[in-house]
Write a protein that binds this ligand. Structure first.
Ligand code: DGP
Length: 113
């Protein structure tokens, strides 16, 4: 998508701090961290958000969650704990309409739900 910030990060037009990549996903540090460790995991495929997911994306979503676990181990916070967050839609505070999962760690979080 031509005007999508995360598509521009994927094609290198906008620089980012890479944490992990493979054929399906790319992970990089959030520009405005909300925790000591704040990583975004995005699919290479442009999907507007969780509300745009279809049956065909089942494996991809599973892959993203396993990627979060892989990154948590790689970065050394798997045992201490981490949070995976997806904001879907305006009321949830989604600001970038390319599916992404926040991977947050490095401190104790308040209970949200
Ligand atoms: P959300 O509110 O769930 O849509 O989160 C979007 C996140 O994307 C937000 O935490 C800030 C981050 N972000 C926005 N633009 C950029 C950028 O150009 N580079 C990086 N690294 N992160 C960005």
């Amino acid at each position: 998508m031509a005007d999508c910030i995360f598509c521009k990060i994927l094609n290198g037009e906008i620089p980012s701090q890479k944490v992990y990549e493979d054929e399906l996903v790319y992970a990089f540090r959030d520009i405005n961290p909300a925790a000591p460790q704040h990583i975004l995991i995005i699919p290479r495929e442009h999907i507007a958000g969780a509300n745009a997911l279809e049956e065909k994306h089942k494996e991809l979503v599973g892959h993203i969650i396993l990627t979060a676990q892989k990154i948590a181990r790689q970065e050394g916070f798997a045992e201490d704990g981490f949070r995976i967050v997806n904001n879907c839609g305006e009321n949830a505070g989604q600001t970038v309409f390319h599916l992404h999962f926040h991977l947050l760690a490095g401190g104790k979080f308040d209970q949200m739900v």
